[in-house]
Design a protein around this ligand. Sequence first.
Ligand code: G1P
Length: 296
Amino acid sequence: MNTVRKAVFPVAGLGTRFLPATKAMPKEMLPVVDRPLIQHVVDEAREAGIEHFIFVTGRNKAVIEDHFDRQFELEMTLLERQKHKILDYLNQDLPVPGSTSFTRQQEPLGLGHAVWCARELIGHEPFALLLPDVLVQHEQGCLAQMLEAARELPGDANIVAVEEVPHERVDQYGVVGIGERKGKMFSITSMVEKPPVGRAPSNLILTGRYILQPEILKILSTQERGAGGEIQLTDAMIQLARQQPFYGLQFDGRSFDCGSKIGFLAANVSYALARPDIAPGFRAEIKKILGDLNGE
Ligand code: G1P
């Protein structure tokens, strides 16, 4: 596969499941420990070698653009107060000038439509797509694992990250059908968005990490509304899979669906326990809470 330089982050969603927290603040800015969700996902892309970061935003999302910019007043204040450590921490996260682009999805017409809105910025090259609702925790990021696997694949291949979920939950996700398997990778024989339980081709779901060929954009330009009345990326991928090879990778690591409250809270606990500076104190607090609950 050709080098994947660009990544798309759809961040136009309304975040209704987190109201009132998301009334005036984008859900992508909710913190997991001390980094916003979107920063975690951008970190994953950067670690995988992505050079250009494309954000598909919407109304009330301007703060995401600010987050990836310098904040001179803050920097000057930190400098005056000799807070060099936190300043270095902030500067590490700053994207290279010119490596971010922002475009808008004017109406909430679905994930497929959001990707299509980025077509001019993507151009004619393969690209990564990362949904910021999903965090994958592992030493090697999910996208890096996918790009490593993609090296073995033909030039026109597409690859998506997949994982198993209990059968009764398949109706919340895009689900894939499994063909020939080679290690953690397999060819995909079918895809369906949010199938009724009992009608899904497997219990392997699309996790929210994709590497797609640019031909998807042409398909999306004529894509009709699908499940939930939205223009579904999965429907466009079904068409693309008729023209090009399509693979699934069962990645290593644990995913957290931060679009749900439980998933978001679990991510906070798990990421905090993985932080050497926070884990000891936090573990003690959790023990206390669990002890109280158990009446100890
Ligand atoms: C989207 C995709 C779905 C995928 C899911 C992962 O659904 O359409 O195929 O499984 O993300 O989180 P959404 O969560 O936006 O309804």
